[in-house]
Design a protein around this ligand. Structure first.
Ligand code: TRP
Length: 654
């Protein structure tokens, strides 16, 4: 036996492949990303479309990848060499995959590291002091704030919430490009009062190329006015308000002087007027909920108690939110801490991959996957007893056509690739370790069902808690690191246990995925260069970790690479994620679909699908030859900017 076959290895049991592949698929994508993009895209309908993408694009490409791996019994580069010929350009797809594995793993370990940090924090019971301090602040507030202040606070906050739906509707009515213009306009106006360095940056970022000579004038002009405003700091509030109003007005009129910007700005101001109108309506509605009128002492007292209770809860919640928010910001902006945890996480990943397919990866997944499943079930059962459960279920499963934009559909498709670990040959690699060939269709469907099931369960674990504690579902990437700890802190005593379970679960899920990413890179050196497994895992684990250091530091103000963000428009971390998820995976997936559908030798395809009914094979061929490539090309066109799906649909249906 040569070292090559010895180090290649294979799954020990029939379930080994399924467990490992599901372990690869179930990861941060399911627990961290899917809930927050579902939240941002309005729930139900997005989920439905995501399920359709999994079925029409995900499963067929998954079958394609596993098929290639099983037929060649080699990792992606070697597999394309073996199937398409030594000189074939298809090996480039394998190369792209190795590169993508390298890139994704480098920032994946940073997020996984944060989850480790939060697991440790949870063991140290970090939410309890936050809970206690908030109680104190709230008690203080209750004792000292006036009833009018309390009412104002409530009305402001509730108006904001009340406005969400009308604003969403308004946004659906106006042209998407006008809405973008409106957002840029308010940013630009907001920048009027900012110190000049920031203002220049904000204006450049929002208007970019369109910053013309007129804009330059605004900059210098606003400067002198700003200085004048600062001179007013010693004077009363009224004068200050007037000065900033003037600043705002002059910025506006300067922007209007620019012929190119003028139509945009007029559209933006029409939108602004509508928003003001709706804000007025919302405020009136909210004021009616918190009446405070002289109507006999008893009723007045009831009104005051109502307001006092509500306001105190709000203040407590805000206090918790601030603490939790800063707990996360502290970790994310502390480069060395992030590096430390990323290193630890990478170490565990390397040890498992170095131990081999059967006794490393398979064993780890056999242990971790059932634990992960149990933990998530416990959390969902807990969620089922909270007050927000019904709202969460309807948010996740009730399609609401108002809430989804065309770009959301494309995001669903893009995410289908990431969450199923497709597009970079991870499934080719794992498929190549199968000793016996089980039914390809049912293997692929099982993996996809497990992955999708966990993603839906993750929503049913997170949203009941967010809704129960007055949080919004669209908190973005911070959902897992901020909204969840917030809820744990609200719960008080039992919160610690839930926090440990939750973050432990995130770490496990990330680990079984990270393993597969490293395996794709390591197996290249094992299969192609005859390296021994330990050397490949340790060397490339180390190199990828080093490559991840800038990602860990990308949010640290002291170390962040100062030249990066201005030239790429995103920090290092986001650039890597963007490159991999938006480009490498869809490109890789497209090429794999084309190869499996059109170029793979018919006989090999038939051999892999020998046990499948011919109708199923036909269906698969249609999906992988036509449907999947076309959909992926549409996604890519949107990314390049050839196509603006939101604008197009608005144009078609008004
Ligand atoms: N699927 C994993 C997740 O959802 C991430 C992942 C692991 C992955 N291996 C991959 C993504 C290979 C793309 C390709 O978190």
């Amino acid at each position: 036996m040569t070292t090559e076959t010895a180090d290649r290895g294979q799954w020990k049991t029939r379930a080994g492949f399924i467990l490992a592949a599901a372990g690869s698929a179930v990861g941060l994508g399911n627990i961290w990303k899917f809930p927050y993009i579902t939240g941002e895209n309005g729930g139900g309908l997005f989920v439905l479309i995501y399920l359709i993408c999994i079925a029409l694009v995900g499963i067929p490409i998954m079958m394609g990848e596993i098929m290639i791996g099983r037929a060649a019994r080699k990792q992606p580069v070697a597999a394309f060499h073996a199937l398409a010929g030594k000189k074939s350009a298809w090996a480039g797809v394998g190369w792209l995959g190795v590169l993508a594995g390298f890139v994704i793993l480098s920032y994946y370990i940073v997020v996984a590291g944060w989850a480790m940090d939060f697991t440790l924090k949870s063991i140290a019971n970090f939410t309890e002091p936050i809970h206690d301090r908030a109680e104190q602040v709230a008690t203080n507030y209750r004792a000292t704030a006036s009833i009018d202040d309390m009412r104002t606070l409530l009305v402001e906050r509730e108006t904001e919430r009340e406005l969400r739906e009308p604003l969403r509707q308004l946004q659906a009515q106006v042209r998407p490009s006008d809405w973008k213009g409106y957002e840029r306009y308010t940013t630009a106006l907001g920048a009027a009062g900012a110190p000049d360095l920031y203002r220049a940056e904000i204006l450049h970022e929002t208007y970019g190329e369109e910053v013309s000579a007129g804009m330059q004038l605004v900059l210098s002009d606003a400067d002198s006015q700003l200085i004048a405003t600062w001179g007013l700091l010693g004077v009363g509030e009224d004068e200050q308000a007037q000065a900033s109003q003037e600043l705002y007005e002059s910025t506006r009129s300067r922007l209007l002087e620019d012929a190119k910007l003028r139509p945009q700005i007029e559209a933006s101001e029409a939108i602004l007027a509508q928003i003001e109108e709706r804000t007025r309506e919302a405020r009136l509605a909210v004021l009616a909920v918190y009446p405070l009128v002289e109507v006999g002492a008893a009723e007045r007292e009831a009104q005051e108690i109502f307001i006092r209770d509500k306001a105190t809860t709000l203040v407590r919640r805000n206090e918790i939110f601030d603490s939790v928010d800063s707990a996360f910001t502290q970790v994310a902006t502390d480069g060395w801490t992030s590096v430390f945890w990323a290193a630890l996480f990478m170490l565990v990943t390397i040890i498992i991959v170095a131990a081999g397919i059967g006794s490393g990866i398979e064993r780890a997944c056999r242990l971790l996957m059932p634990m992960l499943f149990a933990l998530i079930l416990i959390m969902v059962v807990y969620g089922a007893f909270t007050s927000g459960f019904a709202e969460a279920v309807s948010f996740v499963f009730k399609p609401d056509p108002h809430n989804l934009k065309a770009s959301g559909v494309l995001e669903a498709l893009g995410h289908a690739f990431f969450t199923l670990s497709l597009g970079m040959g991870a499934m080719i690699t794992y498929g190549s370790y199968q000793a016996t060939k089980e039914r390809l269709v049912s293997q692929s469907v099982t993996i996809a069902v497990l992955d999708t099931g966990i993603a839906l369960l993750a929503c049913l674990m997170i949203f009941p808690i967010t809704f129960s504690y007055g949080q919004e579902p669209d908190a973005g990437p911070g959902l897992v690191f901020k909204s969840m700890p917030l809820a744990f802190a609200e719960i008080g005593k039992g919160g610690m246990l839930l926090a440990i379970l939750f973050f432990g679960l995130v770490v496990f899920a990330a680990l079984t995925s990270a393993i597969s990413l490293l395996e794709v890179v390591a197996s290249y050196f094992i299969d192609q260069w005859n390296w021994n497994r330990k050397k490949a895992a340790w060397l490339f684990g180390g190199v990828i970790f080093l490559f991840g250091v800038p990602s860990a530091f990308s949010m640290d103000p002291n170390f962040a690479m100062p030249g990066w963000a201005p030239s790429f428009g995103k920090n290092f971390f986001d650039t890597m994620d963007y490159l991999a998820s938006n480009w490498m995976l869809p490109m890789g997936g497209l090429l794999i679909a084309i190869y499996a559908g059109w170029f793979m030798p018919k006989k090999m395809r038939a051999a892999e699908l020998a046990d499948a009914p011919s109708a199923l094979v036909m269906g698969w061929l249609v999906l992988i030859r036509f449907i999947a490539p076309v959909l992926v090309i549409i996604v890519l066109a949107q990314k390049v900017g050839i196509l603006d799906a939101d604008e197009l649909l608005h144009g078609l249906f008004g």
